[in-house]
Design a protein around this ligand. Structure first.
Ligand code: PLP
Length: 461
């Protein structure tokens, strides 16, 4: 494993990467000067880089994806066997793994019944947006086309998904965006002061702000509300008590479809199958991607209720009257084959329970660090999904310097622990360290992460 370069001459790989690969979310400058990092192998919670250095991956593949960890031969075998049998078929026909995974998934999501397959979180969200728009035309005479989204939430990278993007630095320079997407305020209690919110009952107050937007826009124009159950890249924002029940009530009151984006929180990340299940809410759409097959194959799903599905039933006089949409690679069988095995692993290895236990340990460790490091403003999280918001001043809650926050990531990397930081998302608030280790994490792994953070905070601040 240590020299895991197999048949490749790694220096040639590094050169090819530097010359031809356009990496995600990085500026050019580091490429011109430094050596790109190539990840060559992974096993369990660890990955190895081109120098053979072993790292503890505290972010599940960079972007909270590899929920069951690396090197799962049973997933590789399931995919291999399926590919030999049938790799692909799309259009109106189904496939065996597609049907089996849909049934297993629906068992975990009471109240929902239909799975629409596609490839990425962005695409799954686009499917839901298209369904909402078509419902507006079919049922409401072209009204109710508006889709509400929340400040600091992120729903993907396509122009439609960015139109619902609450992270202004992700959106800047990519407009103009699609019309009829309307922003509602965030629900980060720690930042309630910036919103002039009352100290008491912040959760209800934050939900009521959504109602204010609906009333200002006209309830008859609003079709859906799209929210992350726990905001991820916008700062790991766990909604305050009282928020979700009120949100559900508001949606019902104004006949607004509730779309929950589980791309990050879904499939065990927060200790339940889906993040929304902590809050007892009943969504009309649930979208998911990353952890569905832990990155062993590309798969995303837009899951809906039978009520939504029924709204697309054909009327005899209108041949256009169904969901006229296809996702070419939604017909790949590798995705659902990997997802079935991914789900079996989570069940057989009791990874939801482990996520709750290890998530508690991670938060406790971080809270202990907050006693020691004044730069820690707030620790937030649920399950193996956590954030540490860093501040320059605890009294004023002024955010810590972004460069110093980024340095913490670099310091942890020196200690062979990979962590994340909110990155070019919310202007002025790229100050939250992020953590999402694989759901197989052990107490030793958790402690190694918090020790690395402890030392790094001491080194930087
Ligand atoms: N939704 C959320 C909450 C996300 O965090 C992301 C990506 O990070 C997406 C959607 C988009 O997913 P993808 O990158 O697979 O398109």
């Amino acid at each position: 494993m240590e020299d895991g370069f197999r048949d490749n001459d790694i220096s040639k790989v590094v050169e090819a990467d530097r010359a031809h690969v356009w990496h995600h979310l990085v500026q050019h400058k580091p490429f011109e000067t430094g050596e790109p990092r190539i990840i060559t192998e992974g096993k369990g919670i660890h990955v190895w880089d081109q120098r053979g250095v072993k790292h503890l991956d505290g972010v599940s593949g960079g972007v909270w994806t590899v929920n069951v960890g690396y090197g799962r031969e049973s997933i590789a075998n399931a995919v291999r066997d399926q590919l030999i049998k049938l790799n692909y078929f799309a259009g109106a026909a189904g496939t065996i793994p597609g049907a089996i995974f849909a049934e297993k998934l629906i068992e975990k999501m009471p109240g929902l019944t239909r799975v629409y397959y596609c490839n990425s979180g962005s695409e799954a969200n686009e499917k839901a947006f298209k369904m909402v728009r078509q419902i507006a035309h079919k049922k409401y005479g072209g009204k109710k086309t508006k889709i509400l989204y929340r400040d600091r939430d992120y729903h993907g990278t396509t122009i439609g998904a960015l139109s619902a993007g609450g992270q202004d630095q992700r959106n800047a320079q990519y407009g103009p965006f699609a019309p009829d997407f309307v922003r509602v305020p965030h629900c980060l209690e720690y930042r309630a002061g910036d919103q002039n919110a009352p100290v008491e009952n912040y959760g209800e107050w934050a939900a009521d702000q959504i109602e204010q937007v609906i009333l200002a826009e006209g309830p008859e124009t609003v079709g859906a509300l799209c929210l992350e159950p726990i905001t991820a890249g916008g700062g790991v924002i766990v909604p305050p008590e009282g928020y979700w029940p009120r949100v559900q009530e508001i949606c019902r009151k104004y006949d607004i479809l509730l779309h929950i984006d589980e791309v990050v929180c879904g499939v065990g990340r927060t200790g339940t199958w889906f993040g929304y299940q902590h809050y007892g809410i009943e969504p009309d759409f649930v979208t998911m991607a990353k952890g569905v097959a832990s990155g062993y194959a590309a798969i995303a799903c837009c899951v809906t209720s039978e009520r939504v599905f029924d709204m697309f039933k054909e009327s005899p006089e209108d041949p256009m009257d169904y969901f006229r949409d296809i996702s070419t690679f939604g017909g790949c069988t590798a995705g659902p084959a990997a997802a079935i095995e991914n789900m079996r692993i989570i069940e057989d290895e009791n990874l939801l329970d482990n996520t709750v236990a290890m998530g508690d340990r991670l938060l406790k460790n971080f809270e202990a660090l907050a006693e020691k490091h004044k730069v820690i403003g707030e620790v937030r999280g649920k399950g193996l999904f956590a954030g540490i918001e860093l501040v320059a001043d605890r009294q004023t809650r002024a955010p810590a310097d972004e460069k110093q926050c980024a340095q913490i990531v670099a310091e942890c990397a020196k200690r062979q622990v990979i962590i994340g930081v909110t990155n070019r998302s919310v202007p002025g608030y790229n100050n939250t360290l992020t953590f999402s280790p694989a759901l197989i994490a052990t107490p030793d792994h958790i402690d190694e992460i918090s020790n690395a953070v402890d030392e790094s905070l001491t080194a930087v601040f």
